[in-house]
Design a protein around this ligand. Sequence first.
Ligand SMILES: C[S@@+](CC[C@H](N)C(=O)[O-])C[C@H]1O[C@@H](n2cnc3c(N)ncnc32)[C@H](O)[C@@H]1O
Length: 235
Amino acid sequence: MDAHATNAYSGEIFDLWDTYKKVVVKDLMFHAALSADVERALRARFQGGDFSLLDLGCGDAQVFAPILRRIPPASYKGVDLSDTALALAAENLKSLPCPVQLEHGDMLSALSGSETYDVIHSSFVLHHLATEDKAEFFRRAARALAPRGVLLLVDTMREENETRADYLKHYFEWIEKDWETLSRAEKDAVYEHVSTSDYPEPLSLLERQAREAGLTRLAADIPHRWHHLMRFVRA
Ligand SMILES: C[S@@+](CC[C@H](N)C(=O)[O-])C[C@H]1O[C@@H](n2cnc3c(N)ncnc32)[C@H](O)[C@@H]1O
């Protein structure tokens, strides 16, 4: 296990935001397929919508907003460390037919209250937390899930036999080969960000942490390289 002190995320991805938008638009990290997986998971559990939703590390909500327009929640709360992201999220979510609350804050703190949610969603955020904080995330998420609730976790995960160093090497080799639409400078900025801020875990570790927190993983989705959707319900 890779030891590191605490949340490796510095709080502002926004020097990289234009590059991240390019990655999303060109679908380099499989956002389209993962979004379809998320929409399917929501429909499987809530058919017409009408669920309370907490979105941790919502960013600008650009990817999630169209799904939520098709299957509207009863309420949406988004939490992020970046005010810039939250301002963009307000714009992207303004046509949702439900109350929208956006809060500046940390994902763990957002789970420390007594409120419960039918859906807790977090996409490409958990890998920023230290290993022990990820375990705390699952404990808090289990407490904050309503009885029929579901936790939808989209994130990068390393292969079972990959150390973090292996993962970085393989991930960067893949970017070098397949992310043709990014310039040299953009790729280098991604490498810098991922090397300093990303601590993906093997799926089995996350599954164990979730199980110990009282969550059961629903049947596996098909991964898109290192990019997964994991779905959990209360045991
Ligand atoms: C890669 S972006 C993902 C945005 C969006 N969820 C998506 O899938 O497109 C990661 C987001 O997580 C936020 N973030 C990182 N660490 C966080 C934390 N500990 N608590 C809340 N937000 C966090 C960042 O500010 C950023 O907006």
